[in-house]
Ligand binder design. Sequence first.
Ligand code: GDP
Ligand code: IMO
Ligand code: MG
Length: 454
Amino acid sequence: MTVTIVGSQLGDEGKGGVVDLYGDAADVVVRYQGGDNAGHTVVYDGDTYKLSLVPSGAVRGKVGVLGNGCVVNPETLFEEIDTLRERGLDPDIRVAERAHVILPYHRALDGIEESEKDDLAAGTTKRGIGPTYEDKAGRRGVRIGDLLDPDVLRERLEYVVPQKKALAEEVFDAETGEAFDIDFLFETYREYGTRLAEEDMTVDCGSFLQERIDAGDNVMLEGAQGTSLDIDHGVYPYVTSSNPTAGGATVGTGLGPTVVGDGEVIGIVKAYLSRVGTGPLPTELGGVEGQTPGYDPDAGAGDDEEELATYIRDEGGEYGTVTGRPRRVGWLDMPMLRHATRANGFTGLAINHIDVLAGLDEVKVGHSYEFDGEEIFTMPPTTEQWGRCEATFETFEGWDDVDWSDVADEGYDAIPENARTYLEYISDELEVPIYAVGVGPGREETVVVEDPYA
Ligand code: GDP
Ligand code: IMO
Ligand code: MG
């Protein structure tokens, strides 16, 4: 069977940790979209692994697959594999031949366009994600399978590179170097192709996975980013360029929707909000310069709110896994979660980071929005409309900081009562059962309520 892990908010909900937890019962862990814009953390035996491309299951010896819906930077891939090997692991990674390749000009153009866009910039990770998906849709991309065939690779590069060079130089007035040089690209990417072939890493993803499922294996589908960063269902244009939502798990792997729908779809929820990047955020606390629209630190939200934001940011370690940028933080946004529950069809929830909120006198939740004088309970379709929404808050009594490892050992009933009230409010509102509660970064710091593979 399959278990699909999906971020329900704006990324960094703790997906890596949940993949690690439930991945124990899985044989294969597959990324179905995105690329090295992700930063997934797995804490194993006191060691922390931050993975941007290698599927999180690789830390525990599972077969890791990058599905056809991913965009793959071979440089990052091999760097990550080599680093894991240096740390004593032996990752078994397969890459879909249909997956698209991020080339150096994609990264260059990501940076160039971000600085050009000004207010419309999403604050991307500058990993070339958007430009690579653009070329995929424009039918001028280079796929992993093309790296294995020198004639095809050269043909593709000879068509596309002059266009990219002209775009950079003539439209954006930017300087170009080897990132836009056909011979350099051909030689470098042929070498990656040779390594992929020598290490027998490439697969026909859908067939590979279906055969494993038919043989009785458990497959975990690891989403990156989150529902509100989805190109269709997120806060466009402040989104990523793929579909993190559960539908992406079928398109991005080649498994049929009935196969994915037959399994479980678990929504990963952070008990508050964090956001790296720009765009509105109705439940935001304080702000971060350069990311919060119109934020002026001197005329900010008031000292108390800024202090609270700093407290949550520091307690939760809310600094980007990939970029190190301070993340914007806010209270939980229920309309966002109702939207995610519908778009993904969650069968279970893993709610993380309740330990981070411990010690606060009160914890607030954006229960609904006031939008043009009306109360609404889910996200409106345009980001301009979302920007006009004002959150209507509900207040919950806070809970004390306790020994969370003990809580994880003892089980759900050991969670402080006020925290349980908070968790049950979320579950009741969304009408989705709680499968797990994260009370710390380690796998042992999780209260497991339900095993999706059981
Ligand atoms: P992902 O992108 O969804 O995999 O999440 P990230 O790894 O980018 O960010 C989540 C961060 O929170 C990581 O540092 C995790 O180790 C940590 N984390 C995950 N779950 C919990 C939790 O329940 N409590 C605390 N305190 N930290 C957690
Ligand atoms: P994980 O998998 C949080 C954000 C960027 C930017 C927007 C577009 O760790 O949850 P991109 O580089 O994808 O074109 O950037 O999406 N973003 C993420 N935010 N977590 C992530 O991944 C993200 N991946 C992209 O900050 O606003
Ligand atoms: Mg992350």
